[in-house]
Design a protein around this ligand. Structure first.
Ligand code: NAP
Length: 454
């Protein structure tokens, strides 16, 4: 299937879209290139007015935007509305803080005056995933546009209406033509765009193979890239943890977005002493979740975004079971239309299954038991990923070791991993490189220029 809206809850093909022709792609790139020549010199206060306006539109239209999100990728409507609102918050955050983040930074040297000046790079290509189809885009676009760059969005092929709507929002907010454009293209055209001389840098959020392909090409053409890739985040619970809170949080941390979040807790690493109680209560809570139509406001878990994701997830689960994993709840797709998968818990998973190294992108919790903190840290660090990590203990020495020794771009102690405009976000190892959000995210796509005056 090319670029299309297919309702994940029913499988119904609702709308198809023609991809841009090569001539049209060239026109979009030229428009971006031309727009940058003027836009880069506009005042920050002007850009902030437009960015606040984009935030206002997102807030005012959160409900209708939420419906488009849910229709195209299946997350429960409550979460989709919250996503539109969170996207508004990142617009306001950079509109409010952009001037401070971009101000010249004085540095005392042998010069009479020396400082760092921050300048935009030009048109940036953003290749984005469907799982947070608004949030992922706005967290790239808000800092990039505030800094004077211009954006071109190649969104995932299953969320074209979200992609078009986002470009409309920037236009309605007042940004000049060409400052933010959606390119309706398949992934086969990404190489053509990222290698074009008019594109100065790129960012990709998605799977590891897509990241490798994108970064290789960008590297060949010496273009800066930020990569936000997959994760298999650990959620470590030790003896002293507040167990009821940890279990309650575990449900949200695993089930948010129907389990399709890069920073979802995926591997639950439990101290032996609390493991039985944790497992039993988690299984009760998973079994009580309401799976169904994502348009209903009381639905907890909707369908997965595509049939392929459902199939891949089920293959991973069945491979674990065949090797001897115990099923506490779930594990078989129900016999109904749509891409539904039940909340599932696997425990006593022997080594040598996909749970060791692969990302499970859906509502499946993988439980492991450990006898010591050392064992917990070794297991947590034992994958090729390094995105986030959540650890639960009230012991300060344990907390200290966890925040230092966990190999991840973020460690949350006694809380679930989440993104926040005020904090940098990104991974290490095969989870990618570079950062989004906060001042660090804004500085990724800038010429950090040294100025020295005798
Ligand atoms: P995906 O298949 O890699 O798709 C993501 C985007 O990349 C889409 O726009 C896709 O376009 C495009 N794409 C696919 N293959 C490409 C290639 N070879 N070259 C250039 N572009 C390519 O990812 P997904 O499976 O839909 O998304 C889920 C993944 O994203 C998970 O691994 C998740 O953990 C990760 N993710 C990471 C973060 C983070 O911040 N670290 C956030 C959200 C999601 P088409 O749709 O046209 O194929």
């Amino acid at each position: 299937m090319g670029i299309a809206t297919i309702n994940p809850a029913t499988g119904e093909l609702l709308r198809t879209f023609e991809p841009l022709t090569d001539l049209e792609i060239d026109q979009y790139l030229e428009r971006a290139h031309q727009a940058f020549q003027q836009y880069r010199w506009l005042s920050l206060s002007q850009r902030a007015i437009w960015m606040h306006k984009a935030g206002d539109i997102l807030e005012q239209q959160a409900e209708s935007l939420g419906k488009i999100i849910t229709l195209e990728m299946g997350k429960p409507l409550r979460g989709a509305i919250a996503e539109a609102q969170k996207s508004a918050s990142v617009c306001h955050y950079y509109a409010d803080n952009g001037a401070e983040f971009l101000a010249d930074t004085p540095v005392a040297t042998d010069a009479s005056q020396s400082f760092v000046r921050y300048q935009p790079l030009g048109p940036i290509l953003a290749v984005m995933p469907w799982n947070f189809p608004f949030w992922q885009v706005f967290r790239f676009a808000a800092p990039a546009l505030m800094a004077g760059n211009v954006g071109l969005l190649k969104h995932a092929s299953n969320v074209p209406q979200c992609a078009l709507k986002i470009a409309e929002i920037f236009q309605e907010a007042g940004f000049p033509e060409g400052v933010f454009q959606t390119l309706l293209i398949g992934s086969d055209k990404v190489a053509q765009v990222i290698t074009d001389a008019r594109i100065k840098a790129g960012t990709l959020t998605g799977s590891e193979p897509a990241g490798v392909s994108f970064a290789s090409l960008a590297g060949k053409y010496l273009k800066k890239v930020v990569l936000e890739l997959g994760g298999s985040d650990p959620f470590i619970v030790l003896d002293s943890a507040d167990l009821p809170l940890a279990i309650e949080t575990a449900v949200t941390a695993r089930m948010l977005n129907n389990g399709q979040s890069c920073i979802a807790a995926k591997r639950f690493i439990l101290a032996d002493s609390i493991a039985d109680q944790f497992e039993q209560q988690l299984a009760d809570k998973f079994a009580a979740l309401k799976v169904g139509d994502p348009m209903n406001l009381d639905t907890d878990v909707g369908p997965l975004a595509t049939p392929d994701i459902l199939q891949d997830l089920d293959m991973q689960v069945q491979a674990c079971i065949v090797k001897g994993a115990t099923v506490l709840t779930g594990s078989h797709p129900p016999d109904r239309p749509g891409n539904f998968y039940p909340p599932t818990i696997l425990t006593r998973i022997p080594p040598g299954t996909p749970a060791d190294q692969e990302e499970f992108f859906g509502p499946v919790a993988l439980i492991f038991r450990v006898k010591s903190l050392d064992e917990a840290i070794t297991l947590a660090n034992g994958t090729s990923f390094g995105l986030g990590a959540s650890a639960w203990t009230t012991n300060p020495q344990e907390q200290d070791r966890l925040m230092s020794e966990l190999e991840a771009g973020a460690v949350f102690i006694n809380g679930m991993v989440k993104s926040d405009p005020r904090l940098p976000f990104g991974g290490i190892k095969h989870s990618g490189y570079g950062r989004e959000l906060s001042i660090q995210g804004m500085h990724e796509f800038l010429n950090i220029k040294t100025v020295w005056i005798k």
